[in-house]
Design a binder for this molecule. Structure first.
Ligand SMILES: Cc1cc2nc3c(=O)[nH]c(=O)nc-3n(C[C@H](O)[C@H](O)[C@H](O)COP(=O)(O)OP(=O)(O)OC[C@H]3O[C@@H](n4cnc5c(N)ncnc54)[C@H](O)[C@@H]3O)c2cc1C
Length: 291
């Protein structure tokens, strides 16, 4: 049963920040409630004040500028990201990821900011944003700060938000030329949380298939979204071939610290990391060659 709380619905971001500053640890933000209400109903979280930010339309936007890159407001829904033409054109991997995230109903109401702030290591967006070198803008009454998305997750369901802070924007730089990125997720059924997920981003030197840069990130194989740095090193500076992509998958599997649950043992998840990193890397390489 949900413990009783006081509900407040600020009309502006400033008002929301002022309430957060006033109530600090006693308050919790609710956006779409798709994750928050689950943990409240399970009795894992109780709060004195629920601050409903879903109506703050100034944080619901997708802007793109080649120089500045992509800017997504924290209250943008998954469905808006999936359907955005500018995202489909310049950041195809984001729409690809969104198409397999939950059901249309959840994507219509759940927000990208809520997903990241929930801090679920099985979530799909965080590893994709890590591969895309995204940053997060956090705001409080005292001002704003920018943090690498990679440093945002601290532990299972724990993120680097200070009391009084909220996530307001996700910033994604325009990828360098000859870059391809792909996300592959193992699901029992389309739209399920991933048993494992792998995203690979590859940048090639112009005119050949030497890997100038690579980023590999994994979901649901650790208490946080995991960047597989050793696996990346197997690709960087090399003329890529099938054998190297297989090797990257094997190294990523060694870096993983997978959980055991009803969906799979740690051993099974490690095997799947090999398969899904290889699949994502193969697709990313094809895309980089075509870019
Ligand atoms: C049936 C179902 C299937 C799902 N499948 C998937 C899936 O396949 N992949 C996947 O990645 N996710 C999945 N999810 C999770 C879903 O994507 C998230 O629940 C949703 O995106 C969270 O957004 P929300 O707006 O509902 O956040 P809320 O539930 O409102 O909030 C979540 C957390 O973030 C905090 N918060 C929200 N917004 C902010 C903000 N701007 N600043 C600071 N803190 C904030 C809240 O306080 C809370 O702690 C699924 C959920 C459901 C219900």
């Amino acid at each position: 049963m949900i413990k009783s709380f006081e509900y407040v619905a600020p009309k502006t971001v400033e008002e929301a920040l002022s309430l957060l500053s006033q109530y600090k640890e006693e308050a919790k933000i609710i956006a779409g409630g798709q994750s928050l209400l689950v943990v409240m109903k399970q009795g894992l979280l109780a709060t004195e004040y629920l601050i409903d930010v879903k109506g703050l339309s100034t944080l619901d936007y997708i802007n793109y500028d080649e120089g500045k890159g992509l800017r997504i407001g924290a209250l943008t829904t998954h469905r808006a990201i999936e359907k955005s033409e500018v995202i489909q054109k310049h950041f195809g991997v984001l729409s690809e990821m969104e198409r397999n995230l939950a059901t249309i109903q959840t994507r219509n109401w759940g927000t990208i900011g809520g997903n990241l702030c929930h801090g679920d290591p099985a979530g799909d967006p965080a590893p994709v944003f890590i591969a895309l070198k995204a940053k997060l803008k956090l705001a409080s009454l005292g001002g704003e700060r920018i943090i690498d998305v990679e440093e945002f997750s601290r532990d299972y369901l724990e993120v680097a938000l200070e009391p009084g802070e909220m996530l307001v924007e996700i910033q994604v730089p325009t990828p360098p030329p000859h870059t391809g990125t792909a996300y592959e997720k193992l699901m029992v059924m389309k739209g399920d949380m991933g048993i494992v997920g792998a995203v690979v981003s590859i940048t090639l030197s112009p005119g050949d298939s030497v890997c100038q840069n690579a980023r590999i990130a994994l979901s649901n194989v650790s208490s946080v979204p995991l960047r597989a740095r050793e696996a990346e090193k197997r690709l960087i500076g090399k003329a890529l071939n099938d054998g190297l992509l297989t090797e990257a998958g094997e190294v990523a599997a060694e870096e993983a610290e997978p959980p055991e649950d009803v969906h799979g043992s740690a051993k099974y998840r490690r095997e799947m990391v090999k398969v899904f990193v290889k699949r994502a890397a193969t697709k990313a390489l094809e895309r980089a060659k075509a870019a």
